[in-house]
Design a binder for this molecule. Structure first.
Ligand code: 5GP
Ligand code: ZN
Length: 133
């Protein structure tokens, strides 16, 4: 249990979320700085530190789950909230009409680096084809 800023950003709440040493748990808890662009009760969306498109936002479930598959198994309603938050981010960022990509990387071949489930929201420009480099 740690303390973090609540979803309205105006108060402090206890999050029953966190795994020691997890970067995104630290961000959710407000212990590690990040540019928060959107929040719901169970998600926090932050701008990616190393953007791969003009708009690159990560939607994190507050609760720690290793990846999207673990999240789907343990809390499918939270996974749905993560995807809905991705759509809300696209609206807020002004890319809903122009189009965007939602990505869950899974495993080494996908270049996965942070093992707290997260949804990439990419857009704001014409995206390249995906697959092989
Ligand atoms: P993955 O490769 O695991 O799907 O994506 C992890 C993402 O987290 C990468 O796009 C990377 O740039 C981003 N990232 C890594 N460390 C930080 C950080 O400290 N802050 C933010 N905002 N993004 C990070
Ligand atoms: Zn975590």
């Amino acid at each position: 249990m740690v303390w973090g800023v609540n979803h309205s950003g105006l108060g402090w709440v206890a999050y029953d979320c966190c795994m020691d040493g997890c970067l995104f748990c630290g961000i959710v808890a407000g212990e590690i700085p990040a540019e928060v662009v959107h929040r719901t009760a169970r998600t926090v969306a932050i701008r990616d530190i190393n953007p791969q498109a003009k708009t690159h936002v990560l939607v994190l479930p507050v609760e720690h789950h290793e990846d999207a598959l673990a999240l789907a198994a343990a809390a499918p309603d939270v996974l749905a909230e993560v995807v809905a938050a991705g759509a809300a981010v696209a609206e807020a960022e002004g890319i809903a009409e122009s189009g965007y990509r939602l990505v869950f990387n899974t495993g080494p071949d996908a270049g996965r680096t942070v093992f707290h489930a997260h949804l990439h929201v990419l857009g704001g420009e014409q995206l390249g084809y995906f697959g092989r480099l």
